[in-house]
Write a protein that binds this ligand. Structure first.
Ligand code: ZN
Length: 211
């Protein structure tokens, strides 16, 4: 059954990605949840544990195992009631406003953690064939504003400016895995930003700006 967002009143379709069910059973839509990540980000319990598959290398005759990531992403919003969430929203909007003063003029600002190239398998599982098409993912966090698919990001290095258009925005779940596509991400949200071009001008710690 369709339910309305307890904050903005928008009807939320069943199984819409990013919907949060609060402690008192009420629902918060993905857009409202997103706006509070600036103060209520996800937290992770991920740990690296010894994997079950040996990596093929040995040390002093003993097999070395690959690491496996275990744990989960925890959403602090799930611990709130609707009343508490509305207060959190108010607080978050104020925080976003204060943040905007730091980045005057920018529509969005992203802090970069790292960049990965993706190779799509266009063959079969048995006979893999990898696409030569350039597809890069920038893993980072939105620190200001609202990021949307299609926006152009700008990075500066040594007085030179580079730009690229966002092909897809993905939710980042704290592992290396690709996340579900999202249309928009607000300040405080961790994202994987996909580009259909080389991104060798982006380095860890860089600031990407949408003007
Ligand atoms: Zn809402």
């Amino acid at each position: 059954m369709e339910q309305n967002c307890c904050c903005c009143g928008r009807p939320i379709p069943d199984n819409e990605y990013g919907t949060v069910r609060l402690k008192d059973g009420q629902l918060v839509c993905r857009d409202c949840a997103d706006k509070t990540r600036i103060l209520y980000p996800f937290r992770y319990t991920y740990v690296l544990t010894k994997g079950t598959i040996a990596s093929g290398w040995t040390r002093k005759g003993e097999a070395i195992y690959d690491n496996t990531i275990q744990g989960q992403r925890i959403d602090p919003l799930k611990e709130m009631t609707a009343e508490k969430f509305r207060a959190a929203m108010e607080e978050s909007l104020k925080a976003a406003e204060a943040q905007a003063a730091l980045y005057a003029g920018a529509k969005a600002v992203i802090e970069v953690d790292y960049v990965r190239r993706y190779f799509a398998n266009i063959g079969t599982k048995e006979k893999p064939k990898y696409s030569k098409r350039k597809r890069f993912g920038v893993f980072g966090k939105v620190v200001h504003g609202e990021l949307i698919t299609g926006a152009e990001v700008v990075v500066s290095h040594k007085d030179k400016e580079y730009s690229a258009k966002i092909e897809e925005l993905q939710d980042r779940v704290g592992t290396y895995a690709a996340g579900a596509p999202v249309g928009m991400a607000s300040a405080g949200k961790e994202v994987i930003i996909m580009f259909g071009q080389g991104m060798d001008f982006v380095y860890p710690g860089d600031t990407m700006i949408v003007r």
